[in-house]
Ligand binder design. Structure first.
Ligand code: FUB
Length: 323
């Protein structure tokens, strides 16, 4: 009996440590994938700014039986070896119109020295919604930029009547300065953003791509646009290519297989200091890890001569090994 109580106490300590928050930046030196093991991190997004790789994630907490994501987190690195975790920059509770612990997938983008954080979360009137927070620093703190959601469920009822289709925003500023927001579950939506980055500009459009589940991510290399996204369920990551942000998009197949021990995979793709990185999550932390207690991983991404992307090789050593 004493042994069982001791074990339960150790487990409780471990779980509360996984949820502990910090007040100053803390240095972390990962040894492979998953990148961080002191807390669960999910739905990665990356921003390259000022020679620094900023990694934004949600923080999975709870008993692993459903999503319980109270916070968004931010980590930074200048060399992809040493990382800093910064104090919690944004929480579901910072959006007065949001409810629960629903800090779902998000992305931060910079415009004119300000940082805009597009998030998916649960609206207190029901259904998932997209909000935008703003800060003068990539590490925050961030605050609600509008005081209301940017996209609500009632704005996208013509293509699907599910209540969770307005999730997983990804923002893109095109070469002519026009900003766009892509998002969706089941249906991939996109719309122009006004110069102020906090209002949609015009109609909500759709992209027809095969097997689309969620998690769109736009990146560009040379004159090719890439739209990667989670497909099927459990998810693999697929992608399409185009010469124009408005398409037509040509489907190119699977980029990443199902990530270990997780139904979702959620990728971000960026170039940093001459190398391309594929950032995603899996459920690989032993004992507790799984589809609702996920962990961010990073592996290298390579291109073929014709611009298509090589299939990702998910590794346990990640980017800590020299290549
Ligand atoms: O974290 C909640 C949801 O799971 C995200 O919004 C999706 O992309 C999936 O990863």
């Amino acid at each position: 009996m004493k042994r069982i109580i001791l074990l339960l106490l150790i487990l409780a300590c471990f779980i509360s440590n996984m949820d502990a928050q910090i007040e100053e930046p803390v240095m972390l030196v990962p040894t492979g994938n998953p990148l961080f093991t002191h807390k669960y991190t999910a739905d990665p997004a990356a921003l390259i700014y000022n020679n620094t790789f900023y990694l934004y994630t949600g923080q999975d907490t709870g008993d692993g039986r459903g999503y319980n994501i109270p916070n968004w987190l931010v980590f930074s690195s200048k060399d992809m070896r040493t990382w800093y975790e910064h104090p919690v920059p944004l929480q579901t509770g910072d959006f007065k119109w949001a409810k629960g612990h629903s800090s779902w997938a998000s992305q931060v983008i910079e415009r004119n020295g300000r940082f805009y954080w597009y998030v998916s979360t649960e609206h207190n009137t029901g259904g998932k919604a997209i909000g935008v927070a703003v800060s003068d620093s990539p590490t925050g703190p961030f605050g609600d930029a509008r005081g209301s959601a940017l996209v609500t469920n009632d704005m996208t009822t013509s293509r699907t009547n599910i209540s969770w289709d307005d999730i997983d925003p990804t923002a893109w500023i095109d070469d002519d300065g026009q900003a766009y927001l892509f998002w969706g579950n089941t249906c991939c939506y996109y719309a122009r953003l006004k110069e102020n980055m906090t209002e949609l500009d015009g109609e909500i459009m759709t992209v027809d791509i095969p097997h689309f589940t969620e998690a769109p991510w736009i990146h560009k290399r040379g004159d090719w646009y890439y739209l990667s996204y989670a497909a099927w369920f459990p998810e693999k990551i697929c992608y399409a290519m185009s010469k124009n942000i408005h398409g037509p998009w040509e489907y190119k197949g699977i980029l990443n297989e199902i990530a270990g021990n997780s139904n979702t995979n959620h990728q971000a793709i960026v170039e940093f200091k001459g190398k391309w990185y594929f950032v995603y999550h899996n459920g690989a932390i032993p004992t507790q890890g799984g589809s609702y207690l996920r962990s961010v991983c990073i592996d290298y991404l390579y291109y073929n001569k014709d611009g298509t992307m090589k299939r990702i090789q998910m590794t346990s050593e990640g980017i800590t090994a020299d290549k």
